[in-house]
Structure formats: structure tokens, C-alpha cells
Design a protein around this ligand. Structure first.
Ligand code: ZN
Length: 496
């Protein structure tokens, strides 16, 4: 410490001698002003926190809420795991029975694949482009770890449990319930409103959403807005109870997968070589996990961090309020927040390891599958290059096995439809902040990207936070949140 002070004194006296005291004072005043402004910006960014109050989910109309909850519970009991055509047919019949008014008033196209496209016609001919709401009818397999029957539709303590409760039957039911409620009120939309419910979103939507997209393209349609699943409303953004936020995804990260194959001398394990195929592969996997792709703050991430700053601790807020000066500190500051880290860079993780060996035999080949989620701007080819360079000194072959080659544009926050959605949300819940973001999951909406310059991924459901990964065990939705979503969809439809 004394060395640093001594060096500082020498620097100060040299500078003084060379440029004079006045220049010296001006320089240090400028440094002081810069430091002060950094702190003032952080304090100002946190000032909004004082005005925030916890959000209270409004009680929806009892009979509407009960009807929606019971319909969702019944829908969950039909296990429409992707590929089960008979179950999709049963679900279609259930929806028709639960919402006869909707199915008899709207134009309904039930595709042979099981997907549904509905059209709610405008009251009169209009120049306004239509809008489309999307969700999907299929669900991911249940997986392990459930405390309830994943296809039991159990209602307990104000929640509905089961696969699809959140992703995505809850959205289908909330939309149909909202339309039913509006039809009862005698409401007729000012523009055409479409509803697209795909049957294979969980495996990529290549036959469902893609086919609907082709159909809409052939009809020459384009949309003012397409609203699909994605973000939600969190009561405690970044763990701050006083900061409820609507996380509205305006873009999505694409997915691609790579196979790493290591080769070595196989045969009996009785006299093993120095390195096995597994040993080499393990080193490759560890290297990939340790060497992240570079961080980039996209304009939308910049906006996410700026809007989220009031929910951050002072240290993190200091960084977020002073972008781009402190941009390179983000990965370290948010190293425990995987949601934010995923917004900053392309992520990669090994999802499967395999080899063709027996218990006492060494494999000739071992394979790892690595799944990457691409930050807009990175491409499958640039990720392949990154992996190949990183493993160039290892006997590992790298190959791309799957990639969503499509470029998915990011909807600007200045788009009138995004603004209208935010206005609807904050009119109903004034304490909400709308925070634009990217979804790290693939959605059906990428098949519709050419049909609108405003694709939004958001469902107005209230969650405590956004920490629960999709397709987790014990998937559930709060009955109150389902009812509130019906009200919010209805309020939004009325404004379109
Ligand atoms: Zn989904």
C-alpha cells in the first residue's frame, strides 16, 4: 500500500511540474465528477424502487374463474404428449364442449394433424391488419419427480397441478375463456383476431405451426401482432418483493446441437491405454463448460438491465446504471443468476453422453451431445468454429446435428403493439414494470416470423419468479393467476 502511495505522490509531483497546478486540479476535478456521476446514476436508478409496491393479483369473476379452472383441470387429464393423435382428438372434443359459444361463433379450422386455427371476424370491413394469439395443445412427457399424478388435473390449495398447466394448456384455456366472456358481453372485435393452437410445439412445430404458417401465407395474410407463449408476470423480479415485472420476450434464442465424438483404442479393459475415449471426451466436455462464448449486450438486453436496475443490489445497480462503461463486469456480477447470464451470451451444455461398450470393454468411440442456445448475432457456424478451435488439440470430431437456421428478428420496444400491451398491463396493475427480454426457449412463433414485424412471446400469468425451468416436475398454475390471465387477455382484446 505504501508503495502505491509513494508512486502516486511521484506521479502527482511529475504531473504538477509538467502541466502546472491548474491543469492538475482540473484533471482531478474531472475524475471526481466522473466517479460522482457513476454513483449518482446508480442511486437514481434505484430511486424507482421506493415507489414500487408488491402486486396484488385481482380476484376475477368467481364463475368465470371456476369455469376456467375446471376446464383446465379436465384438459390436463387428457395426456396430449406430442404424437398422440387420439388424445388430441379428445382434447378438441373437450374444448368444443367447454366453450360451445366460442366454437359456434368463430370460424374454426380443425386440421387433420390436430392443430386448430380459429378466426374471430371483425364487426365490419376494416383496413386494420389482423392479430393472432398462439398457444399449443401438446405437452412434453411427464418425466420423474412428481408428487401428484401429472395427468390427474388435481386442484389443491388454490392451484391446478399437471403437465401442461403452464405450458401451454393454461394459455389455451385462458384465451378461450376470455373470448367466451367477451362474446357473452356482446363484444365484437374491430379487426379480425386469429387463434392458432399447434399440436407439436414440443418437437419443433414442424407440422403444426409450420403448416398453419403456410396456410396463412397462401391466403396472403400478415398481422399487426402475433402473441405467443414466452415471458410472464413475476411478482418478485430478481428476488425483489417490491418490484413486480411483466417480462415480455421480444425475441428468442435459437437452438442448435453438436455431437462430439472421441475415438481411442477399444477392446478389453484388462490392459487399458493411457487415455480412453471417455477420458478424452470428459476433457472436451469440461473445457466447453469452462470456456464460455464472449458476452455481448444487445440493445434489448441493455433495456432489460436498465429496466431491471431498481430490483438489483447497489453493487449490481452500479454496473447496470453505467453501461457500457462497466459492461465487462456483468458476467462476474451475475454469475449466480443463470437467467441473466443466458441473456448475455450463447450458452452451451452437454445433454447426453453415450458409448457402445460393455461392462468390461473399452469403447472405440464415445459421444457427447452439446446443446447451444444462440444469442442473436451468433450463428450455428460460428458456434461450431468456437467448439472446433477450443478442442483442436484433442482427438475429438465435432459435427453439427441440428440447427434452427432461421433468423428470428427482435421486435422493437417502440412498436405500437408492444406499447399497447404494456399500457393494458399497467392500467390493470399500476405497480407493474414492463421489462423487455429474450426467451431462451424455442416457441411456435418462429414459424410465423415472416407474417408480422411484431412477434411477442408473453402470457399474462402471475408467477412468483421466473426460476422454474419449463417441463419441470409438479408443474402447476395458481387458480387466481389463471382467472387474472382471462381478465388481462379480455382487456387487451378490447383495445385491439
Ligand atoms: Zn410451450
Amino acid at each position: 500500500m505504501s508503495d502505491i502511495l509513494a508512486e502516486f505522490k511521484i506521479f502527482f509531483s511529475n504531473f504538477n511540474a509538467r502541466f502546472g497546478t491548474l491543469v492538475n486540479i482540473i484533471l482531478w476535478l474531472a475524475v471526481l465528477a466522473l466517479v460522482l456521476s457513476v454513483f449518482i446514476r446508480a442511486i437514481a436508478a434505484g430511486y424507482a424502487r421506493r415507489k414500487k409496491t408488491p402486486v396484488k393479483v385481482r380476484r376475477p369473476d368467481d364463475s368465470t374463474c371456476e369455469h376456467a379452472c375446471e376446464s383446465l383441470s379436465q384438459a390436463i387429464r387428457i395426456p396430449t404428449v406430442t404424437g398422440s393423435a387420439a388424445e388430441l382428438e379428445r382434447l378438441y372434443e373437450l374444448l368444443k364442449r367447454s366453450y360451445p359459444r366460442v366454437f359456434s361463433t368463430l370460424g374454426v379450422l380443425h386440421l387433420p394433424s390436430g392443430s386448430i386455427l380459429m378466426r374471430w371476424k371483425a364487426s365490419e370491413r376494416t383496413e386494420q391488419l389482423p392479430v393472432m394469439f398462439c398457444a399449443h395443445l401438446d405437452v412434453a412427457p411427464a418425466g420423474d419427480g412428481w408428487n401428484e399424478d401429472p395427468f390427474g388435473g388435481m386442484r389443491r390449495d388454490g392451484r391446478i397441478y399437471g403437465r401442461g398447466a403452464v405450458d401451454c394448456k393454461g394459455t389455451v384455456i385462458a384465451l378461450l375463456e376470455a373470448v367466451d366472456m367477451l362474446l357473452q358481453e356482446g363484444f365484437v372485435p374491430r379487426r379480425d383476431i386469429y387463434f392458432s393452437f399447434g399440436h407439436d410445439e414440443e418437437t419443433g412445430g414442424f407440422e403444426g405451426a409450420a403448416a398453419i404458417s403456410d396456410l396463412l401465407t397462401k391466403r396472403g395474410l400478415s398481422f399487426d401482432m402475433i402473441l405467443d407463449e414466452g415471458g410472464c408476470i413475476v411478482k418478485e423480479h430478481l428476488g425483489d418483493k417490491g418490484f413486480p415485472a411483466a417480462l415480455i420476450a421480444l425475441g428468442e434464442k435459437l437452438s442448435c446441437s453438436f455431437t462430439l465424438t472421441s475415438s481411442a483404442k477399444g477392446g478389453s479393459a484388462s490392459a487399458p491405454p493411457a487415455r480412453s475415449a471417455f477420458g478424452v471426451l470428459a476433457e472436451a466436455v469440461c473445457r466447453l463448460e469452462a470456456a464460455h462464448m464472449r458476452c455481448r449486450i444487445l440493445p434489448i438486453t441493455h433495456e432489460y438491465l436498465r429496466q431491471s436496475a431498481p430490483a438489483m443490489s447497489f453493487g449490481k445497480r452500479l454496473i447496470a446504471a453505467n453501461m457500457p462503461i462497466f459492461n465487462k463486469f456483468f458476467p462476474a456480477a451475475f454469475k449466480n443468476n443463470r437467467r441473466i447470464l443466458a441473456l448475455l451470451r450463447t450458452t452451451m451444455i452437454t445433454t447426453s453422453l453415450s458409448a457402445d461398450n460393455a461392462e468390461s470393454m473399452l469403447p472405440y468411440h464415445a459421444r457427447a451431445v452439446v446443446n447451444a442456445r444462440l444469442l442473436p448475432g451468433d450463428t450455428p457456424q460460428s458456434v461450431l468454429r468456437h467448439i472446433s478451435e477450443l478442442l483442436s488439440d484433442l482427438p475429438v470430431d465435432v459435427a453439427m446435428t441440428h440447427s434452427d437456421e432461421k433468423h428470428v428478428p427482435i421486435t422493437p420496444t417502440s412498436h405500437p403493439m408492444y406499447q399497447l400491451l404494456c399500457r393494458t398491463l399497467t392500467e390493470q396493475y399500476p405497480s407493474l414494470t414492463c421489462v423487455p427480454t429474450l426467451t431462451t426457449e424455442s416457441t411456435d412463433s418462429r414459424h410465423y416470423r415472416h407474417l408480422s414485424d411484431c412477434v411477442i412471446r408473453f402470457r399474462p400469468f402471475f408467477e412468483d419468479n421466473d426460476d422454474t425451468p419449463p417441463h419441470a416436475a409438479n408443474e402447476s398454475v395458481s387458480e387466481l393467476s389463471l382467472g387474472a390471465a382471462v381478465d388481462l387477455y379480455a382487456a387487451f382484446i378490447k383495445k385491439l
